[in-house]
Design a protein around this ligand. Structure first.
Ligand code: HEM
Length: 576
């Protein structure tokens, strides 16, 4: 009885999919851009249920045609620029029955999509729905229009400016505590988690005035009773299981009969609860201070967000911002964004630092260079007494900056960013001598941050061949100022966008740069990093190859990170 019904529904669905695919192909073919037909696009459902299966098939049958690897998760990470080389174009479409996506490794076009405004004066909007950042409701990353503008105007001065002294100090403190721990314990560093813990400490202090002492994640979780531990456990479980959170709301996940799903639901709700508690605590404090204090104390990110809503201290902090006054955000919006600030503000930076540390373990010669830079700038002074105001600029055009930029070129925490074309057709420029292209509405863009940062047209160095420029290798010196110059190498506009660009570019770019700099100083002033030799059983070369192999398997979860076990590293006192 049911079989014919299902069969009919199935046939109707296939008929509709074929018709829809035909319609989309009719739109794409006249444009003269290479395209691949694919059966699905990267939706949460496909990501969780279909991609893993495709990965197995591709591996088992050794499928090498681009059509197959375009169906694998994270093809951007594996392919980098190779697919564009293969098809001879810096842009191409994938067309599925549901979506046309233009993949872009053309810098001129990327700049126009991310930063240019259409005939209506608006930026290309972000594609709606489906990501982990949607989990916490409309927030600074997902909102558009006035809500987004208000978020940005309120948070930008704190994240981009007034919190930077605390970022510097707290980064040094966290590193000091981490090093002391490794001095006391014969433990092998679990870099990605450890640095995520460091950056969580920094954002918690700088954004929320929460001071957290550095302890390894396992110790923190074992101390669950102290609140801080269970907060970290929620975050940890969330990171481990985030893919499930995209397929159903957390209340539903929590009651499903699968452990991983229940844990994911529990973690989302738990994390939300913690932030709401902090939020309420802070709100009460702000109100109390307002009644009792003569002068409002310096506010952190959470304080600024709260005051922006209830206009308590608008006179002092925000009156000059007429836009925010005219468009105050709801408490719900503010709480949503606080959750995103914690996630966006520590995972990306923590993983970038860990990747840099592994690269430095693989190429110890660069450790020596950055240690010399630290020594020459600090002389005999104690690095723990440095400050953002007095020292950041001195380090912003040398080896530390070069190592950050090169790490983000090879392993950008965010590998791709999406936009939509908007309701009307629009013309986009293309790099080189290529004609601009006019695209109809209904197209999504995937700006391939990794494809751009490996495009040989922009990364082959003057006077060198592509091979000599070692584009896929770690060569921080490519960023250093030329002799007689003081400014660092400026890549072709749009060919290097790890923080994205334009008004929707990363709000925490400077925050991350300051944090990275202080952490490198804190680590390498007295220490060096080495691969653990496992009691003499592993050679340096063996560990290096293992590390390279693991790095090839990085995947984009919430941010780019390892999927397998990275080789152990350890911190040793520096030989002077
Ligand atoms: C190495 C570290 C980081 C990297 C590589 C990074 C990268 C990015 C990228 C590529 C975007 C654009 C996303 C898109 O267009 O969809 C973005 C947006 C954003 N980032 Fe970061 N980020 C980092 C650190 C931070 C930090 C430390 C914070 C906050 C303290 C932060 C807060 C944000 C926010 C709020 C947005 C949304 C901006 C908007 O839509 O207006 N990020 N980030």
């Amino acid at each position: 009885m049911l079989a014919p019904l299902f069969l009919t529904i199935g046939l109707l669905y296939i008929g509709y999919a074929c018709y829809s695919l035909h319609t989309l192909l009719c739109k794409v073919r006249p444009l003269g851009i290479p395209y691949f037909v694919v059966p699905f696009y990267r939706s949460p459902f496909v990501l969780v249920f279909i991609f893993p299966f495709m990965k197995l098939l591709i591996k088992a049958f050794g499928l090498t045609h681009p059509r197959f690897f375009l169906m694998a998760p994270d093809w951007q990470v594996r392919q980098r620029y190779e697919i564009y080389r293969f098809i001879g174009s810096d842009i191409f479409f994938t067309v599925s029955p549901w979506k046309i996506i233009l993949h872009v490794a053309d810098p001129d076009m990327a700049v126009e999509i991310l930063a240019g405004k259409g005939g209506d004066g608006e930026l290309c909007p972000k594609p709606s729905g489906g990501g982990m950042v949607d989990l916490f409701g409309e927030n600074v990353v997902t909102a558009e229009g006035e809500v987004w503008r208000s978020h940005r105007k309120i948070a930008a001065p704190v994240i981009g400016k007034s919190s930077l002294s605390i970022v510097w100090k707290e980064a040094l403190t966290q590193i000091e505590q981490m090093i002391q721990y490794y001095d006391r314990h014969e433990a092998i560093n679990t870099s990605y988690r450890d640095f995520r813990r460091v950056t969580l400490g920094v954002i918690s202090h700088a954004g929320f005035s929460k001071v957290m002492e550095w302890v390894p994640l396992t110790t923190a979780i074992a101390n669950e009773k102290d609140g801080e531990g269970s907060y970290q456990k929620c975050l940890h479980v969330l990171f481990e299981n985030f893919k499930w959170t995209a397929i159903a709301p957390s209340w539903l996940l929590e009651i499903l009969p699968f452990k991983a799903l229940r844990e994911a639901g529990w973690a989302v709700n738990g994390f939300r609860l913690f932030i709401n508690e902090w939020f309420e605590e802070k709100k009460a404090k702000v109100e109390l201070d307002n009644k009792t204090a003569l002068k409002p104390p310096k506010a952190d990110l959470m304080g600024i967000l709260i005051t922006s809503n209830n206009a308590i201290w608008l006179g002092n902090l925000l009156t000059r911002n007429a836009f925010v006054q005219a468009h105050p955000l709801s408490l719900q919006h503010l709480a949503n964004s606080l959750q995103i600030f914690i996630l966006a503000g520590h995972e990306t930076t923590g993983h970038t630092i860990a990747s840099a540390i592994y690269l430095l373990a693989m190429y110890p010669e660069y450790q020596v260079k950055l240690q010399k830079e630290i020594d020459s700038i600090l002389g005999d002074s104690d690095h723990r007494l440095t400050s953002y105001e007095t020292h950041f600029d001195a380090f912003s055009s040398g080896w530390i900056a070069a190592i950050l930029f090169e790490t983000l070129r090879l392993f950008p925490a965010v590998t791709v960013t999406g936009r939509q074309i908007g309701p009307t057709p629009r013309t986009f420029p293309r790099a080189g001598c290529q004609r601009p292209i006019t695209l109809p509405s209904g197209i999504d863009f995937m700006i391939q941050i990794l494809g751009l940062s490996h495009n040989p047209k922009y990364w082959t160095q003057p006077g060198k061949t592509e091979a000599e420029s070692a584009i896929s290798e770690f060569r921080p010196e490519r960023w250093l100022p030329k002799s007689g110059d003081s400014t660092m190498f400026k890549p072709y506009n749009g060919s290097y966008i790890p923080f994205s660009i334009g008004t929707r570019g990363c709000l925490g770019k400077k925050f991350a740069h300051v944090e990275f700099t202080a952490i490198m100083i804190g680590l390498f002033r007295d220490m060096s990093v080495e691969f653990d030799s496992c009691g003499g059983r592993k050679t340096f070369e063996g560990a290096r190859l293992e590390c390279l192999e693991q790095m090839k398997k990085f995947e984009l979860k919430l941010s780019l990170q390892p999927t397998g076990e990275m080789p152990g590293i350890k911190w040793v006192r520096r030989r002077r």
